[in-house]
Design a protein around this ligand. Structure first.
Ligand SMILES: C[S@@+](CC[C@H](N)C(=O)[O-])C[C@H]1O[C@@H](n2cnc3c(N)ncnc32)[C@H](O)[C@@H]1O
Length: 232
């Protein structure tokens, strides 16, 4: 157990100790030279970002959200961990021009945030993330997959008017997910269109967190993970 997880032991009964497959996989990709990290969409208290910071005291993490309440929860957790000097929790919208210079970051981490965007916003956001990433440095992104909807994949469509992904179950009933859920091909297409080189794509079941305390959802969802880099 790393130090951050140990410090959370007092909150174990509330679920905050719960591990995350995709968070672990993203953190495992960090290299010793990755000192400036941009994390898009902080919400489950900032535990992942705290683990990044603890692994190297020289590391600086800018962690963003569009949710002021989530930002306040994360800021308070970060302060309690004594990591405010390393982790800057900010309200920033990845759909907008980011207030950071070109090539400001060594690693972009985005776990379960980019499927909140429409296709047009997703393309724009990924172009911005490429702009702020240094050459040859990595983007790690995890999005929810249409495979978690329990529908026939050929029935799935994105409805722009309601910003929902809609599919039909084998029994004929309709399922709606209020996000732009992805297939492996669709998220790879977005990442490549933004100018990244995709290194790997993986999809797997993961029981996601249901709240800031990292309480687990009742059952598994299906996620897609893309690792890519900005070519030099
Ligand atoms: C499910 S949570 C992400 C979980 C977190 N990354 C983790 O690993 O536990 C989704 C987050 O994305 C954020 N988000 C949604 N739209 C966003 C946007 N346009 N810009 C920045 N963050 C956004 C939400 O505010 C929320 O913090």
């Amino acid at each position: 157990m790393d130090a951050t997880r140990e410090r959370l032991a007092g909150r174990r009964e509330r679920g905050s100790e719960a591990p995350s497959i995709s968070e672990d996989r993203g953190l495992a990709l960090l290299c010793p030279g990755d000192l400036n990290i941009y994390s898009v969409g902080i919400s489950t208290a900032g535990v992942g970002e705290a683990r990044m910071a603890r692994a190297d005291p020289r590391r600086r993490v800018i962690a963003t959200t569009v949710d002021p309440h989530g930002g306040a929860v994360a800021r308070s957790f970060v302060a309690g961990e004594g990591l405010s000097g390393q982790i800057d929790v900010r309200i920033e919208d990845v759909r907008r021009t980011l207030p950071h210079p070109d090539e400001a970051f060594d690693f972009v981490y985005s776990r379960l945030a980019l499927h909140y965007l429409t296709p047009v916003d997703l393309d724009r956001a990924l172009r911005e993330l490429r702009r702020v990433l240094r050459d040859e440095r990595r983007l790690f992104c995890v999005v929810r997959s249409v495979a978690g909807m329990g529908v026939d994949s050929h029935t799935v469509r994105y409805d722009a008017a309601s910003h929902a992904t809609i599919g039909v179950r084998p029994d004929g009933s309709t399922v709606r997910a209020e996000r732009y859920l992805q297939t492996n091909a669709s998220i790879v297409g977005h990442v490549e269109r933004a100018g990244f080189v995709v290194e790997s794509v993986a999809d797997y079941d993961e029981v996601l967190f249901a709240d800031f305390e990292r309480r687990l959802a009742p059952g598994p969802d299906h996620v897609i993970e893309v690792v890519a880099h900005r070519p030099g």
